[in-house]
Ligand binder design. Structure first.
Ligand code: MG
Length: 348
């Protein structure tokens, strides 16, 4: 009998296969403008952007954040990267019997603070308790809605100055040959912070999670204009994001290794553990695809923000056959395959 493994929740090709074979097959087929089967960051129905996200991070509190901050930022970011303004969230908490109420309140306070940063509220929710030993401490689902604003229309009008563009939202399928790819900052921080804290590794430098609600920075970038897609490279990391874009947009993607911002400590930790920083989840970074004529303007605007001060243009979409190619610092070329699963489990 086939059973669920940890890899089925790890954001790579094994999870993708399960989603398509069980979830999309049975639940797909709606008339939504961006339906379930698009498997984009959020869905769209009648100009309302809808997203649901469950959080099982272990441990619940870690350097740079906790499950409460993660739960709010994750959902806000998935709505914002579609080009929408996040409006309101829900939270569904499931708690193990015996869990300290003081820890529960700490999590809820963190949710409230992150909501204030993002300018949203949690306006409905649900709380359930399960018997001791039947659930590990605490899990939470946050869902949220967002709406279309004229900022998105203005951004799309700028894209249309340079090339035909039919999409009404920022979708994985929107990239075309020549589009530049930007990342908003150092990658791998969240996954490596979680892993080193959880396993007690000491890499000689404190690495903390980057969890941040990104909707305010995103509004700023939409105002500059020319963006065709954004994505928060969470589970499966940048490798997963770029491969999804390549496949759904039917373009090749080339990225330049030396341009990818990675903290020295993160790089060292990854080398020691034999994991690829490009496959590790981030919680406060945006990958951005933008028409080439606006790439420098978007980069400049990003660099002026605290969330985007380390931003770089890391590559571009090409007319080469589909897939992602990395050009290495010494001039070699290798394929960046979609990850099978995130190498670090339970980070979100
Ligand atoms: Mg996402």
């Amino acid at each position: 009998m086939e059973r669920i493994t940890m890899a089925h929740g790890a954001g790579g090709t094994i999870m993708q296969d399960l989603i398509e074979r069980v979830i999309v097959k049975n639940l797909g087929g709606s008339e939504a403008e961006v339906p379930l089967e698009a498997l984009d960051d959020s869905a769209v129905i009648d100009d309302i952007v809808l997203k649901s996200d469950s959080h099982t991070v272990k441990p619940l509190f870690f350097p740079g954040g906790d499950i409460g901050r993660l739960a709010v930022a994750g959902t806000v970011n998935d709505i914002a990267v579609m080009g929408a303004k996040p409006l309101a969230l829900t939270s569904g908490c499931i708690i193990e019997e015996g869990f300290p109420i003081s820890d529960f309140e700490k999590i809820v306070k963190s949710m409230a603070e992150t909501c204030r940063e993002a300018g949203v509220h949690i306006i409905t929710g649900d709380t359930k308790v399960m018997e001791k030993g039947t659930l590990e401490k605490f899990v939470v689902n946050t869902s949220g809605i967002g709406k279309r604003t004229e900022l998105l229309d203005r951004n799309i009008a700028v894209v249309k100055r340079y090339r035909p563009f039919k999409a009404r939202w920022l979708l994985d399928s929107n990239l075309r040959e020549g589009d530049k790819i930007i990342v908003s900052g150092t990658i791998g921080d969240h996954g490596v912070a979680l892993l080193s804290f959880r396993e007690g590794y000491d890499f000689g430098s404190e690495i903390s999670s980057d969890i941040t609600p990104l909707n305010n920075v995103i509004s700023h970038l939409l105002n500059v204009g020319g963006i065709v897609k954004m994505k928060d490279p969470t589970r499966g990391g940048l490798a997963n994001t770029l491969n999804e874009w390549s496949e759904k947009s039917k373009v090749g993607i080339t990225i330049y290794e030396e341009k990818i911002p990675i903290r020295v400590g993160v790089k060292a930790a990854c080398e020691m553990l034999g994991i690829d920083p490009l496959e590790i989840g981030n919680e406060g970074k945006i990958a951005i695809a933008v028409v080439p004529q606006k790439a420098d303007d978007v980069l400049k605007a990003l660099k002026k923000t605290k969330e985007g001060k380390d931003a770089e243009i890391i590559g571009e979409a090409t007319n080469e056959s589909r897939g992602v190619i990395i050009e290495t610092e010494v001039g070699g070329r290798r394929i960046l395959a979609p990850p099978v699963g995130d190498p670090v489990p339970r980070i979100c």
